[in-house]
Design a protein around this ligand. Sequence first.
Ligand code: EPU
Length: 364
Amino acid sequence: MTTSNAIPSNLDIQSNVDLSAYNTMSLVCIADRVIDLHTEQDIEQASQILQQTTTDNSKKPSVLVLSGGSNVLLPKQLNITVLRPLLKGITVLNETTDYIDIEVMAGENWHELVVSSVNNGWFGLENLALIPGLVGASPVQNIGAYGVQLEDSLLSVKAYHLPTGVWHTISCEDCQFAYRDSLFKRQPNTWLISRVLLRLHKDPQRVSANYGDVQQVAQKHAQQHQRISIQPVDVMNAIIDIRKQKLPDPKDLPNCGSFFQNPIIAQAQFKQLQADYPDIVGYPMSDGQVKVAAGWLIEQAGLKGGGIAPILTHKNQALVLTNHAPKQASQADIQTSQQYISQTVFDKFGVLLQREPVWIDENL
Ligand code: EPU
């Protein structure tokens, strides 16, 4: 890191940036300053600028790390610096007949990584196809879908600790992963992830297709290609089909994926609900509690396609909130609709829904 006091001038810095195109919910948001980061050196230089422009030395610099913008709810005005990690590149570090270790830079598109890996014969990510966003954000909420989570393939994360300006290589275990949670999520805007190290396997017979209708749809894909058993490419294509059918593409209808977490409740409460609603969908957890399908609760509360305009749940998947007024709606509209949905569900089932995407305050 340079010790000079001069602010490096080769950084990609812009002022008063409209971020509505950089968050998949398409909320209006003007940021004071945005720094696009293309290399790890850019990260160090940006950190230096932030330290220099932080008036009170004891205070943490006010910064927002914005990746693909697919899991954040931005305020109308952001009086802080936004850092966008856009580093590119995929490198093979180690390969055996059974597996391959690849290092992927934070700015790579997640879905493109999934597709290229499967096409290369590197497996393990196929269930995570079509998840929006960039690779650098994937460890933050330990992205997961159809029975697989990022932690199943992750070896380590390289991240810059912004408050101290030190690089760390954090092992999968030390990332403290849980359902939609990690060390990085619990310490927001503290870590800037620059690359992730993944171990992908090469056994085309090893697939995870026991979730919902994945098996059945994957079987169709396998048959179309005269394959006797389901292969990872079939699982990937099945998941692409299923997601396309149920989840709106943010380009057509802005959204940030699942808006509510699936609530985890005590078994006794689940049994009580089951007595009144025999169709309730719940998954037993290893600790004896039950994870309830929030989409089912919202639909049964009569809110599929409902809410308070312009923020409405999706007609095919009640767990997803969609923005029908792109570039016009704001956080306040989200709040109104979220409160209405949560209250209606609580009044009917006595279950509290928690928001999944990260709410960003104006001054952090
Ligand atoms: N359901 C309804 N009505 C709805 C939606 C769902 O009755 O409107 C029922 C379904 O019929 C099913 C159950 O709820 O029986 C669960 O639905 P689904 O399998 O679609 O999964 P989910 O729990 O709604 C979670 C993740 C998704 C992930 C899918 C598949 C969370 C909060 N969401 O959704 O993640 O793709 O499982 O693994 O855990 C995301 O984070 O953006 C996301 C899409």
